[in-house]
Design a protein around this ligand. Structure first.
Ligand code: DGP
Length: 114
């Protein structure tokens, strides 16, 4: 449920400070420490799940809550256009192995991403 060696679990517990922008009983959202856009917020489950790739049918409701929270963050931040991205695995750029959705906005983006 919680991994004491996981950075984001420690943010969930309040052991490491973060700038919270949204929270629900299952999900929290906080500003990325190294923003890649004027708005860069990470939406994470309170529960420790390694990545999007570790999701199963047991996580269907929670997965929906993550996306709804991403939309709530975008609304709160006044974003009409935004990216919601979940890097999954080291080759895809995942560096923190606690599932998270990046909400990026406030600038234009190209497709495909690099
Ligand atoms: P990823 O590389 O997709 O796993 O994204 C991890 C993000 O986490 C990365 O954009 C930087 C962010 N991050 C890493 N450490 C911290 C931290 O201590 N606090 C906050 N707020 N963000 C962090």
């Amino acid at each position: 449920m919680s991994d004491p060696s996981c950075l984001f679990c420690r943010i969930v517990k309040g052991e490491i400070p973060a700038k919270l922008v949204h929270e629900t009983p299952d999900v929290i959202a906080f500003r990325d420490i190294n923003p890649q856009a004027p708005v860069h917020v990470l939406v994470i489950p309170r529960e420790h799940i390694e990545s999007t790739g570790a999701l199963t049918e047991a996580h269907e409701a929670l997965s929906g809550k993550l996306l709804v929270a991403a939309a709530e963050v975008a609304r709160k931040e006044g974003l009409d256009s935004f990216r919601a991205v979940s890097n999954t695995g080291a080759d895809a750029g995942q560096s923190v192995f606690h599932l998270h959705v990046h909400v990026l906005g406030g600038r234009s983006f190209t497709w495909p991403p690099g």
